[in-house]
Design a protein around this ligand. Structure first.
Ligand code: ZN
Length: 424
């Protein structure tokens, strides 16, 4: 299973555009003086440089003493983590033209050693700035500590192998063994996934169900599977789509009890490996089908064939959401949809070959980001509803036709025949 979420860029970008359209003039300013926004960005760049060189004094410098305690624990933690390329990104739509400014949004961004430059993580910070204009100071700072990732909380232990950086509670047992399973899964994956694998993957090791629930923020009663999940956050503008924040969360206790280590790692690594070509309009049956095919997870089709429960399954219905299982990814419906998604991937590859299937997969990433950006809901919507669902379904119908010459109905018939034949 994978989790994909996106920030509030859509609203900010819109406000920027409006400003330009109105052609509003900034207040008079003596010749050569930089804009307030530029002054603030420069000050934040100096702070980021200070953090990159572990110079906490310079980092604290421009902050009003009574507000230093807000960022201090985060700064200390960042210096203890194997990270680099720390920077501050100002959300320019929230910066005023003059001082004092309040409610300015910024992102403290960094990446883990060895990971690709595209895989950045960030912490939202809200600032207030005060003059003088040529030496702005931070008059207020706020960080939502509930939103901080687990490596800013209890998971301060760091372990690594050639291709994995693991974050876990200090004293967690069996970390090296789990990373060896992950390494073997990655090696296997290199042979079967048409994507360049990240040189280093980030994985958070949760000790048990309770820890997994805390780390993922998901209610275990709602969740299927409870062993691991791939997490990606994407940012999107009309011009650019970026898959960031890519990491795995693994439930060590369940993985051991269920003995599904190798397959689970392969499955979830597929999601991370394909994150750069997966879009909010990539249907869940395609992304999950792909992961189950590569991890050779053939669900038990026989029982469902016997009870005829696949007769109601429909690729057209599954093609309006990037998730499976709708609002309840735990129930019987999710189990049925995962089984049908696996059937779809195994069938398409069996009939048209892996290359055709991967080119079909990549075609979703060829959809212009502007189309996806415009279809993104500005308020949360149930999966499978609204403009994003329409774009997902329309794109899928077109790509199934273009890549396989099939309609939704023809594909359903093919899947059912394949599943019936495979369940013997
Ligand atoms: Zn999955």
């Amino acid at each position: 299973m994978q989790e994909r979420s996106y920030p509030r860029l859509r609203l900010l970008a819109a406000s920027l555009l409006v400003l330009a359209a109105l052609g509003c003039e900034a207040p008079d300013r003596q010749e050569g003086a930089q804009s307030a926004a530029a002054e603030v960005q420069q000050m934040l760049d100096r702070r980021a440089e200070a953090l990159n060189s572990a110079d906490l004094n310079s980092f604290r410098g421009p902050v009003a003493p009574e507000h230093r305690k807000v960022e201090e624990p985060v700064a200390q933690r960042i210096l203890a983590l194997p990270v680099k390329d720390i920077s501050f990104e100002l959300q320019t739509g929230t910066v005023a033209n003059t001082f004092p400014m309040t409610g300015v949004s910024a992102e403290l961004t960094y990446r883990f050693e060895g990971t690709p430059q595209t895989n950045t993580f960030s912490i939202p910070v809200t600032y207030g700035f005060d003059g003088p204009p040529d030496a702005p100071v931070i008059a207020e700072a706020a960080i939502d500590t509930d939103q901080l990732p687990p490596w800013f909380g209890q998971h301060t232990g760091v372990s690594s192998t050639e291709h994995f950086l693991a974050l876990h509670r200090p004293g967690t047992e069996g970390v090296q063994q789990v990373l060896e399973v992950a390494e073997a899964a990655r090696t296997e994956l290199q042979r079967s996934v048409p994507a360049d694998l990240d040189p280093v993957f980030v994985v958070v090791l949760a000790g048990d169900d309770v820890d997994y629930q805390r780390v993922t923020g998901r209610d275990l009663l709602e969740e299927l599977p409870r062993v691991a999940r791939a997490i990606t956050r994407f940012s999107i503008t009309p011009e650019l789509y970026q898959a960031r924040y890519r990491h795995l969360v693994v439930n060590l206790d369940r993985m051991e009890r269920e003995g599904t280590g190798p397959q689970t790692f392969q499955h979830e690594l597929v999601h991370l490996a394909l994150a750069s070509v997966t879009r909010p309009i990539t249907p869940g049956w395609v992304s999950e089908g792909a992961a189950m095919y590569v991890a050779n997870q053939r669900p038990n089709w026989t029982q469902r064939v016997t009870t005829g429960s696949f007769d109601t399954a429909s690729i057209e219905e599954l093609s309006n959401s990037s998730q499976l299982g709708g609002e309840r990814p735990s129930g019987e419906r999710a189990g049925l949809e995962y089984a049908y998604a696996a059937g779809a991937a195994f069938y398409l590859i069996d009939r048209f070959g892996e290359d055709a299937f991967w080119s079909f997969y990549r075609d979703f990433a060829a959809v212009p980001p502007g189309l996806i950006y415009d279809a993104l809901p500005t308020v949360p919507q149930p999966p499978g509803e609204g403009s994003l669902a329409e774009l997902t379904a329309g794109t899928t119908a077109r790509l199934i036709e273009e890549n396989f010459g099939l309609s939704f109905d023809q594909l359903d018939r093919g899947i059912r025949t394949y599943i019936a034949a495979s369940s013997g």
